[in-house]
Design a protein. Structure first.
Length: 288
């Protein structure tokens, strides 16, 4: 019988998951380097959760300095079955207001200097990413968020920028013209790596501002963003409690659980032993 084990990647404003029963802190090493910090594991309503703060304790890591590969690898080694990312985002649409939440379902990747794959050595794999999030997990998260009192938008195209600066006004208007609905700095390559690790991924975005596209409005101000983040973080913790209650007692198989099936195209005879060992944590199921 398959059990749920939900990995939570907490973004800006969500540095701890709230109360966990049987909480334990684990400091894990990854062959991809140092994760953002320790992983706290425990239970909410009988469901196992493992939490990592994306930016580290005290928000010490900028978006470009986060070791996304190490974070995903460490969570996979903890045995998580599914990943929920919770992130602060800006809005590119009038109807998506600060204080509201968005379940991103598509991404435009404008990041430039980050490791985007686990398969960058002698073993090459190509996974599908047309639908980058898990609709099953997103649906439950949306229900949980509404039960927690949040205003939730069920869809949204997330534009991922390198940062750490916010967008120029011209960039913000360009992203709107591309069909972007929200903007942030951390969902990529996180969603890409989750797919390579065969982990169903959902992203609950906490809207803090209108980015830089609105004419005649004051530019994005960090103090106001922090104020909204603090309020949103309490709602996000309530979402986890509601999510635990909504999940079925048995976890049925997801198609994403086998995303690597047939994806590795390099003949085994050409695999380097060190590369094999490095990616075994995320791809061990198919490295047989």
């Amino acid at each position: 019988m398959a059990q749920w084990h939900i990995g939570i990647i907490g973004g800006s404003g969500l540095y701890h998951p709230g109360t966990l029963d049987e909480a334990q802190e684990h400091t894990l090493e990854s062959p991809f380097g140092q994760p953002s910090g320790p992983i706290t594991s425990g239970r909410i309503g009988g469901v196992r959760f493992s939490f990592i703060a994306r930016h580290g304790a005290g928000h010490r890591l900028s978006p470009s300095a986060i070791n996304y590969r190490a974070n995903i690898d460490a969570l996979k080694r903890c045995g998580v079955t599914d990943l929920l990312a919770i992130s602060a985002i800006g809005s590119l649409r009038e109807e998506i207001a600060p204080g509201q939440f968005v379940l991103a379902d598509q991404f435009i990747d404008r990041t430039q200097s980050r490791d985007r794959t686990f398969f960058d050595g002698s073993i090459v794999a190509h996974v599908g990413l047309a639908d980058p999030v898990c609709s099953r997990l997103s649906d439950w998260v949306g229900q949980a968020a509404r039960q927690a009192g949040a205003m939730v938008h069920d869809r949204g195209c997330y534009v991922a920028i390198e940062g750490p600066q916010f967008s120029t006004g011209a960039e913000s208007r360009m992203f709107r013209s591309w069909g972007g609905d929200v903007i942030g700095m951390t969902a990529m390559p996180e969603a890409r790596l989750a797919r390579e690790a065969e982990l169903p991924y959902a992203l609950l975005g906490m809207v803090t501002d209108y980015d830089g596209w609105r004419e005649g409005e004051e530019p994005v101000a960090v103090p106001e963003i922090l104020r909204i983040m603090r309020a949103n973080a309490e709602t996000a913790r309530a979402v986890l409690v509601r999510l635990a209650a909504l999940l079925p007692s048995v976890r049925n198989i997801s198609p994403i659980d086998s995303a690597l099936e047939g994806a590795i195209i390099t003949p085994r005879t050409q695999w380097d032993a060190a590369d094999f060992q490095r990616i075994h944590g995320v791809a061990g199921r198919v490295l047989k």
